[in-house]
Ligand binder design. Structure first.
Ligand code: AMP
Ligand code: ZN
Length: 118
C-alpha cells in the first residue's frame, strides 16, 4: 500500500525507532508514547486491521504475540505489560495497518477501559 504510513516504515521510506525485525514482523517505538514502554509490532505485509485477517495470516499473528515478551523485557517492562490491538471505528483504530501496542514500564498500566456506566 503506497499511501500507508506503516508500509512506508517497513519500506524504509520514513524513519522509525526500530527495535526488532524478522521475516514477518517489524517493531518500533510509538512516536507518541503513552507509557515508558510503548512499542508497536506490525506485520510487514499490509493487513488493514484485525477485522481483515484470514487463516493464512496465523503465522504472522502468532509471531506478533510471541515477540512481545522479549520486546517488553528488553525495553523496561520485565514485570508485565499490556498488549492492545485497536480495531476499526469502535476499537478506535487510527492507523489502518494492523498493529499490536505493547505498553508498560515500571508502574502498572492502569484500568483496562473506562466503564461507560460509571
Ligand atoms: P491506533 O490508534 O491503535 O491506530 O494507534 C496508532 C499509533 O500509531 C498511535 O499510538 C500513534 O502515536 C502511532 N504512530 C503514528 N504514526 C507513527 C509513526 N510515524 N511512528 C511511530 N508511531 C506512529
Ligand atoms: Zn500498510
Amino acid at each position: 500500500m503506497t499511501d500507508c504510513i506503516f508500509c512506508k516504515i517497513v519500506a524504509g521510506d520514513i524513519p522509525a525507532k526500530k527495535c526488532f525485525e524478522d521475516d514477518l514482523v517489524l517493531a518500533f517505538h510509538d512516536i507518541h508514547p503513552l507509557r515508558p514502554t510503548h512499542i508497536l509490532v506490525i506485520p510487514k505485509k499490509h493487513i488493514a486491521s484485525l477485522a481483515d485477517v484470514g487463516t493464512e495470516d496465523e503465522p504472522v499473528l502468532g509471531r506478533m504475540l510471541s515477540v512481545a515478551q522479549k520486546l517488553a523485557a528488553e525495553n523496561g517492562s520485565g514485570d508485565g505489560f499490556r498488549c492492545i490491538i485497536n480495531t476499526g471505528r469502535v476499537g478506535g483504530q487510527e492507523v489502518p495497518h494492523l498493529h499490536l501496542h505493547i505498553l508498560g514500564g515500571p508502574e502498572p498500566v492502569g484500568p483496562m477501559v473506562k466503564n461507560l456506566k460509571e
